[in-house]
Design a protein around this ligand. Structure first.
Ligand code: MG
Length: 230
């Protein structure tokens, strides 16, 4: 029997990736005198991939990867004013408004009382706390976990910590690599809710053959899906 439902936050409860896409467009514009746009995007993605292990997930690591790329593609000649504008763009990202995505509040209301609801998110601690506070959703969850990595071991540890087993838990999120595959591997249910924008390092197109895997187009479909599990 299902007992606990865990939600991802970024691009599941509120917009996130769109701000990275907007900032990357600004980055390509600023560096246009130095390099081709597609070359810049490739370079930036390679920097992000290299730096994840050092900086973790979030805005600060993204800004450092933009600066690193700017220095690399210009052989160190990038103007200080450009670096300043990249830092400004990063600060803007840390101030962007937060509004719950459609159906979020109604879905959480429909499920609360019947199931224990928790939030599991990764990213910069300070930024995740800021977004959660601004979202107005904090009180809908009995617990919030901000972690540095969402892998199978993390899910096993968190579910144990919250007094449940993977077999009676479900994870909901927009990322196949963070919110679906690891909880499935741990033995939990997992529901994929695709988001408008997908981070290149989160792309995953393989078919999933697992009776505990579900995909819905938006969160309004979740209460019926959960009720159907019996
Ligand atoms: Mg997400």
């Amino acid at each position: 029997m299902l007992n606990l439902i865990a939600f991802d936050a970024d691009d599941t409860l509120w917009h996130h990736e769109r701000y990275f896409k907007l900032t990357e467009a600004k980055f390509r514009e600023l560096l246009r005198p130095y390099a081709e746009p597609h070359h810049l995007s490739e370079h930036l993605l390679a920097a992000e991939r290299r730096n994840i292990a050092h900086y973790g997930f979030g805005v600060k690591g993204f800004v450092l990867s933009m600066i690193e790329t700017a220095v690399d593609v210009t052989d160190g000649r990038v103007a200080g004013s450009v670096i300043g504008q990249l830092l400004d763009a990063g600060r803007d990202m840390l101030r962007h408004p937060i509004e719950p995505l459609p159906h979020v509040e109604a879905t959480l209301d429909a499920l609360s009382g019947q199931y224990r609801l928790i939030l599991i998110t990764k990213g910069d601690l300070f930024d995740q706390e800021r977004k959660l506070a601004l979202s107005g959703l904090r009180d809908r969850f009995e617990a919030v976990e901000i972690v540095s990595e969402k892998d199978e071991a993390t899910y096993r540890r968190l579910l144990l910590k919250h007094g449940t087993t993977p077999e009676t838990a479900m994870m909901i999120g927009n990322s196949m690599t963070s919110d679906v595959l690891p909880p499935l591997a741990a033995g939990a249910f997992a529901v994929h809710v695709p988001s408008e924008h997908v981070w290149a390092l989160d792309q995953h197109d393989d078919a999933i053959d697992n009776p505990r895997f579900f995909r819905i187009t938006n969160l309004s479909q979740l209460p019926a899906l959960v009720a159907g599990l019996g």
